[in-house]
Structure formats: structure tokens, C-alpha cells
Design a protein around this ligand. Structure first.
Ligand SMILES: Nc1ncnc2c1ncn2[C@@H]1O[C@H](COP(=O)(O)OP(=O)(O)OP(=O)(O)O)[C@@H](O)[C@H]1O
Length: 257
């Protein structure tokens, strides 16, 4: 389905990025890049700043320092799947409506759905194994079925960068396998995929690049190297020693002064 339009060959670069809540940095002095067309896992302990990083990448959080260079991409080039807990499912939408929301680039905020968009929505639902569910209310789906629908919406959106926050947490093994196949398909299309994941075996098997984060980058590069035993130990010991709220960043304060 769909070719890549407006894809940037430059990738996305973080330069000395700090993201703070009330001056307490959740992501600290982070530098590195997501090359165009790469498949990267973001891993790290609880509270490491993974979701914060994705929200800042999506422009939902301001930076306290540094720059995110999106290589000329705009918001419409990004497809974002937040953590399941952040998604409202009681909204009275059918499966077909939910997938068609991914076509807003074609239909516009108030425009009608074109026949072509409706056909693509059917193809997207079929690709995620959800044929025949069009009229079901999204609130009536299992967690795995709903995640399939959200992946269909991303397929529909045809974004060149796809950002997934813990897409397989609390999802059954069969659905996870099918959705990982969709991720590989995005990779073959040349899309850039960035996913927060907790399962290191899954990361090693499917994601060539990894950012191992513990507020700071422990390593950002090839997965085998980033997930070395020494790095994982370091991430764990950093997590065990940090307070829930990091100290305000003095260096940043001095720079601002
Ligand atoms: N809205 C907020 N206001 C204040 N602090 C926040 C907010 N959101 C997150 N934090 C804090 O920022 C830090 C990083 O949180 P974040 O959710 O980014 O971590 P994470 O790596 O995604 O964790 P997990 O694996 O548990 O989902 C944590 O200490 C968290 O308590």
C-alpha cells in the first residue's frame, strides 16, 4: 500500500537534548541519531525517560536544552502510537472509523472519506488480520485486536517515521508476531521505525539499532553492542541509584543564567 511521499534521506538527529518536568530532567544531554530507514529500539529501566523522549520527538513536550533536527520532516510525516494506557477506548467509534482517522491527510479535518481511502482502510484491516470487524465498536475489542486496529491506522497514515511506545506490552504472542511482521514491512518500505520495547530478546531478534537509555544514553548504536551485559548492568545500577525525581541540572542552570 502507498509509496513513501516526502521522505527525508537525512534522518533525525538529537543534539544535547534535555527534557525536564519542573526543571527535573527526565532525559539528560542526549545526542545521537535515528538514520532514515533505520529500525531502532529504545530500551531502558522504568522511569528512564523513554516515553518522554518519544513525546518530545512528536513535539508534545518542549525541550529544556538542545535541538531535535527532524531533517525537514513535519508533523504529518510522523505516525505515533502512544502507550495503550494513554489511548481513550470508550470513544464511540467503529473499527472502520478508527482506521479512517489515519487518512486525515487525504480527507482533511472535515472532508468526507473518498472511495479510495475507504478501500485502503479495508486493505489495512485485512493486512492486520481484522477483516470483517469494520462495524464493531472499538470498546468491544480485545487488547490484541485493538492493537491490530491501531496498526491498521498507522498503515493508513502512510507516515515516513513511525513511533511506537511499548506496542507489544500486554499483547498476546500471536498478535505480537503478526505486528512485528508489519514492522518489518515498514522497514522494507524504507520507513524509519522507533519503538520503546522491554523485551531484550525481541529487540535482538528484530531491531538492528538500539538506544539504551537511563536518563542519559548508555549507548546508541548497533543492538549487539548497545545491549551488552556490561551496558545492561550499568543501566540497572543507574536506575537503582536514582531518586524518582532527578536533581535539577546545575550545568543547565548555569548556562541559562
Ligand atoms: N507529566 C509528568 N510530570 C512530572 N514528571 C513526569 C511526567 N511524566 C513523566 N515524569 C517523570 O519522568 C521520568 C521519566 O518518565 P518516562 O515515562 O519518560 O519513563 P519511561 O522510561 O517511559 O518509563 P516506563 O518504562 O516505566 O514507561 C520519571 O521519573 C517520571 O516519573
Amino acid at each position: 500500500m502507498g509509496g513513501l511521499s516526502g521522505m527525508s534521506a537525512k534522518g533525525i538527529e538529537f543534539r544535547d537534548v534535555t527534557i525536564a518536568y519542573d526543571r527535573h530532567p527526565a532525559v539528560h544531554h542526549l545526542s545521537g541519531s535515528f538514520p532514515a530507514g533505520s529500525l531502532t529500539a529504545v530500551a531502558g529501566p522504568n522511569g528512564a525517560g523513554k516515553s518522554t523522549l518519544l513525546k518530545a520527538l512528536m513535539g508534545e513536550l518542549p525541550l529544556s536544552g538542545g535541538v531535535i533536527d527532524r531533517g525537514g520532516l513535519s508533523a504529518r510525516d510522523f505516525g505515533y502510537l502512544p502507550q495503550a494506557a494513554d489511548i481513550e477506548r470508550r470513544f464511540p467509534l467503529t473499527v472502520a472509523d478508527a482506521v479512517m482517522l489515519g487518512a486525515w491527510r487525504e480527507t482533511g479535518a472535515f472532508g468526507g472519506a473518498t472511495r479510495a481511502a475507504a478501500d485502503r482502510a479495508r486493505q489495512a484491516l485485512s493486512a492486520v488480520g481484522m477483516d470483517g470487524f469494520e462495524r464493531r465498536h472499538i470498546g468491544s475489542l480485545s487488547a490484541g485486536q485493538f492493537q491490530r486496529v491501531l496498526f491498521a491506522r498507522l498503515l493508513m497514515q502512510d507516515a515516513s517515521v513511525i513511533v511506537l511506545d511499548e506496542p507489544f506490552t500486554a499483547i498476546d504472542a500471536r498478535t505480537t508476531r503478526d505486528l512485528l511482521e508489519i514492522v518489518q514491512r515498514w522497514r522494507r518500505d524504507g520507513r524509519t521505525v522507533i519503538a520503546v520495547l522491554h523485551d531484550f530478546e525481541q529487540v535482538r531478534a528484530h531491531f538492528p539499532r538500539t538506544l539504551l537509555l537511563a536518563r542519559e544514553a548508555i549507548e546508541w548504536g548497533d543492538t549487539d553492542s548497545a545491549l551488552s551485559a556490561a551496558n545492561l548492568l550499568r543501566a540497572r545500577s543507574m536506575a537503582e541509584s536514582w531518586d524518582e525525581e532527578a536533581d535539577p541540572c546545575d550545568a543547565d542552570d548555569r548556562r541559562r543564567a
